[in-house]
Ligand binder design. Structure first.
Ligand code: SF4
Length: 482
């Protein structure tokens, strides 16, 4: 067999969707004869801010070394971009700008941009018009065409190819997974909700679901390859199944049905899913979670804001009262469940009183953790055109107060676990301190414990251990093997 000699680096920005796309893109590049350098979350975290630029900088003696043995630039750098939030977009644009010098020094190198930013017209124009060093731009709906597009680029053509939408799903694409013991599995693509602040429906298209059979086949194949945990992925997983034909037994292929079916895959240890929409979380889905022993006790339920007035302007489809009722229903079915959320400050028209309602909601909901965001206008969305944009200084003050409130809630929920024994899936040695191991509870909390010393073996990623929790902080738990 001929050895692969071309090298590609795939760098993902933003959400899990981008990470999962980057795995498929890596698989397609490998099928095109490229050796793909580390990609996915771990690589992206390093590469996004340092590695790509550093490969250029290293020649000047500066920067941080790239996480590859050979410091020669790759033959291709492909950015899988995200435009959901301003900071992911800014990081991608910054990294793309840095590619100019690297490309000048290595004119044969291919620079490519995929993902949501390519799909968004304003950003695409910026890249196409102002960044002539970018050779290939493609969107979220034509990833499967990468080999054909790449062949044209390799023949010297600049290729810009973006489809507006897609009503189909490309199945059976190759993938190079970022991890062996855990994997993302797409169940839906796109979103029909059109929350007024969100760009996703414009760049990821209308909602479409994979068939249950295709999902189960992927999960089974992953398990056969050593995977122990899957995260079912969609913009709104609770909407799964809309538009699919009835199953052979006549039942409706909704999310509750899917959860029960995935729970039946032998050898799988844990099932997670994200993201849920509070409006679409039905009693049957709660029952399916509670009954399915492999479904982890963790729900990520984005609240976004505590003010009903703001929620209505966001077009979220629920009130705070309904959201809190849902938490009660979930907690009464699964008393040990952890609830995490997304919260936003500075949505257009948000008053101090609106914001105080978000703080009160944090106290009442007893969140285990929250991703907190400052609203950033996304061009083309309804909210970007609202007249009453909130002053940046006010947003800064509110995010600081919100983080304080969330940290207080997270610290209290973690402190309640001191003295308990938690089932932990091993991730590996801690990235910051190899003297401790890192793993996650079924409630998705990060746990550290001392790394075993010889002759005891160090546990492998995916192993499951019981850890007695001895200390808790806002972000992590510490313990010892029980
Ligand atoms: S549910 Fe709303 S926030 Fe989530 S992806 Fe769809 S439009 Fe965006």
């Amino acid at each position: 067999m001929q050895g692969k000699c071309k090298r590609a680096r795939v760098v993902a920005f933003g959400c899990q969707m981008s990470e999962r796309d980057s795995e498929t893109i890596a698989g397609l590049l490998s099928a095109c004869g490229y050796d793909v350098l580390p990609h996915g979350a771990a690589a992206a975290a390093a590469a996004a801010t340092t590695a790509i630029a550093a490969e250029g900088d290293t020649a000047d003696g500066g920067g941080t070394a790239a996480p590859v043995a050979d410091s020669a630039p790759p033959d291709m750098v492909l950015f899988v971009t995200c435009c959901v939030r301003g900071n992911a977009e800014n990081r991608a644009i910054g990294n793309l700008g840095d590619m100019k010098r690297l490309k000048e020094r290595n004119p044969g190198m291919i620079v490519a941009v995929a993902g949501c930013m390519a799909q968004e017209e304003g950003m695409r124009r910026l890249i196409v018009d102002k960044m002539p060093w970018v050779d290939l731009v493609f969107g979220t709906h034509n990833i499967q065409n990468l080999p054909a597009m790449l062949a044209r680029v390799e023949a010297g053509e600049r290729v810009i190819e973006v489809l507006d939408d897609s009503d189909s799903i490309a199945e059976h694409l190759p993938a190079i997974r970022a991890y062996r013991h855990k994997a993302f599995v797409n169940i839906t693509f796109g979103c029909d909700n059109f929350c007024t602040y969100c760009i996703v429906p414009y760049v990821r298209g209308r909602e479409r679901s994979r068939t249950e059979a295709d999902i189960l086949k992927e999960v089974s194949d992953l398990v056969d390859a050593g995977c122990r945990e899957v995260t079912l992925l969609g913009q709104n997983v609770n909407a799964y199944g809309k538009g699919l034909p009835p199953l052979p037994d006549g039942s409706v292929p909704g999310f509750a049905h899917l959860l029960r079916a995935v729970n039946g895959v032998e050898g799988l240890r844990r099932i997670r899913f994200t993201t849920s929409h509070p409006r679409d979380f039905t009693p049957d889905m709660i029952r399916a979670c509670a009954e399915s022993e492999r479904v982890c006790r963790h729900l990520h339920l984005p609240l976004q804001a505590g003010s009903d007035r703001v929620l209505a302007r966001m077009h979220r489809g629920y009130t705070l009262k309904r959201y809190l009722e849902l938490l009660d229903e979930v907690r009464s079915a699964m008393p040990d469940v952890a609830i995490t959320t997304d919260l936003m400050v500075g949505f257009p028209g948000e008053t101090e009183e609106d914001f105080l309602e978000t703080l009160r909601a944090v106290a009442e909901a007893r969140f285990d953790a929250a991703f907190t965001f400052v609203y950033s206008p996304r061009e083309g969305t309804v909210a970007a055109g609202m007249p009453d944009q909130v002053d940046e200084a006010v947003k800064g003050d509110r995010i600081r107060r919100l983080i304080e409130a969330v940290n207080e809630s997270a610290a209290a929920s973690n402190a309640a676990l001191v003295g308990s024994v938690q089932e932990v899936m091993v991730e590996g040695p801690s990235e910051r301190d190899s003297s401790v191991m890192a793993g996650r509870t079924r409630t998705n909390k990060m746990v550290h414990w001392p790394t075993p010393q010889p002759p005891r073996a160090v546990p492998a990623p995916g192993d499951i251990l019981n850890i007695r929790i001895e200390q808790a902080s806002v972000y992590t738990l510490r313990g010892v093997e029980a």
